[in-house]
Design a protein around this ligand. Structure first.
Ligand code: NI
Length: 258
């Protein structure tokens, strides 16, 4: 069994965990999970992320407004996120970014929310956790402009974009999507990413790796994603996990142990 897994992107507040959340979260550390960053997607879920961080030693929070959720935020959203980011275990502003696949919020509004949160992260000296779905050009424009610390999660861009992101000093987050049958670009990216810039993640309850695709995901399934990526790179699975945990500790300014 592998150990020392740092899941850099989870959503344990999702209602898919309502039935067994307590049991599951109590179990994860003994199943090889070292740390988890639970990412908020709006004001209320960011508050829940901070509550989990209070209750569980190994859980940290990211607070932010996801592009899906911009249109239902209250007028004082930025002040609320800023206040939550002051939580001692809030390690990032996230999940923020652009989603032109679903377009649940108008694009102009998505860009406005994204930009304001990039500025907030700079002001607070926190890394950002970026969501970019079918919005590579606009995402890159804003990243180039603000050069934040952070990670592009569930990276779906080209190797060329990955190279630019790495050059900017950022990290590449890889999860279950790398293992999907049609995943050509993510596989190339998984081979390319410099070892000191690779982060492992789930995006649970979504994005279960093969052979669990379509089922509810949790942090333990990173073992499968890591084995797949390690195989692509010709390294040992535990070594890949250890390296990516080291990277996550560095990015989120956490010590090597609890
Ligand atoms: Ni997510």
């Amino acid at each position: 069994m592998v150990a020392n897994i740092f899941d850099t992107h989870a959503h344990y507040h999702d209602r898919q965990f309502d039935e067994d959340r307590e049991t599951l979260l109590a179990e994860l550390p003994s199943a090889g999970i070292f740390r988890v960053v639970n990412c908020g997607t709006d004001g209320p879920t960011s508050q829940i992320c901070c509550d989990y961080a209070d209750r569980y030693d190994y859980i940290y929070a990211a607070c932010g407004v996801h592009p899906h959720d911009c249109s239902h935020e209250s007028a004082d959203w930025l002040d609320r996120i800023k206040a939550l980011c002051a939580h001692p275990k809030c390690v990032a502003v996230g999940e923020i970014g652009l989603d032109y696949h679903y377009d649940f919020s108008p694009r102009e509004m998505q860009r406005d929310f994204f930009e304001r949160q990039l500025i907030l992260a700079k002001e607070l000296d926190l890394p950002v956790i970026i969501h970019d779905r079918e919005a590579h050009a606009d995402t890159w424009e804003l990243l180039k402009q603000y050069a934040p610390k952070g990670v592009v999660h569930c990276f779906s861009g080209s190797v060329e974009m990955a190279r630019d992101v790495v050059k900017l000093g950022m990290y590449i987050g890889l999860g279950g999507a790398v293992t999907f049958k049609n995943a050509k670009k993510p596989v190339e990216v998984a081979k390319y990413v410099p070892e000191d810039r690779l982060l492992l993640e789930t995006d649970c309850p979504y994005m279960s790796p093969v052979p669990f695709r379509g089922r509810r995901c949790d942090s333990r399934l990173i073992a499968h994603t890591a084995a797949f990526i390690a195989d692509l790179r010709g390294v040992e699975t535990q070594d890949l996990i250890d390296q990516s945990t080291k990277n996550a500790n560095r990015l989120f300014a956490l010590s090597e142990s609890h």
